[in-house]
Design a protein around this ligand. Structure first.
Ligand SMILES: [Fe+2]
Length: 237
């Protein structure tokens, strides 16, 4: 079972603050059945260079790697980024430092506004260059868009979509989340875990909610798809 979006690397963003917290989150993930997790620390081009991010991420990976020696009850860790959309992303020459290592998959946090033609063009440009843009937590910005048109357009473009488990577990958004899953608009599920309090992993609950409404096949479909997407990815830890 794959968790496609998480902030488990210690001390690099607003996610896990230290090794102990990372370990606690990872063990909780494992107990929920997560066997593979993609660490996706925030990359904000307005605050740092790709190079700076890359080095900071590398340091966090090393720290975690050392702490996990001999520890078995945690998922395999893959590493990418959650890259905040910025003007010029389509032409960025260092994207390979931001994609999930071993793949061309780029998780993108989109603007919390109505997306312009220029934004859609940037996504298209990424695809022309062989990248696979994945929209991080679609539920956060879909209300700024014309929902149907936006989903159709992304689908036509072949842009992939991730939603957070909380989209399903939150009683105010659950109905919409289930409609998105039923409509096959969601490619990947992520816990977007930051800590073990208000933003802890909720994969087990989310999957139960999907199964109850759409059957186990729907759960299997989404999990198989994630496994497939990670086929060429590198297990970092
Ligand atoms: Fe995130």
């Amino acid at each position: 079972m794959v968790d496609f979006h998480s902030h488990i690397l210690p001390g690099i963003d607003d996610g896990s603050k230290n090794i102990d917290e990372s370990l606690e989150i990872l063990r909780e993930m494992y107990s929920q059945g997560i066997t593979k997790v993609v660490a996706t620390p925030h990359f904000l081009a307005r605050l740092q260079s790709v190079e700076e991010f890359f080095h900071a991420r590398d340091e966090a990976i090393q720290t975690l790697k050392e702490a996990l020696v001999g520890i078995e009850d945690v998922p395999e860790i893959y590493v990418g980024s959650e890259t905040e959309y910025y003007d010029g992303i389509g032409e960025c020459e260092e994207l390979d430092k931001l994609t999930i290592i071993g793949t061309k998959i780029l998780l993108i946090e989109m603007p919390f506004t109505l997306w312009t033609e220029a934004i859609y063009r940037s996504l298209m440009r990424l695809q022309e260059r062989g990248y696979v843009p994945v929209i991080a937590h679609i539920e956060r910005y879909i209300s700024y868009q014309n929902e149907q048109k936006c989903l159709e357009r992304l689908e036509e473009m072949g842009v992939q979509i991730q939603c957070n488990c909380t989209f399903l577990t939150n009683r105010f958004t659950k109905k919409k989340a289930l409609r998105f899953i039923g409509g096959r608009h969601i490619n990947f599920l992520g816990t977007d875990s930051h800590d073990m309090s208000s933003r802890k992993p909720k994969m087990d609950k989310a999957l139960k909610i999907i199964e109850k409404k759409h059957g186990y096949e729907a759960v299997e479909d989404i999990l198989d798809y994630s496994e497939g997407a990670l086929r060429s990815a590198t297990v970092v830890i």
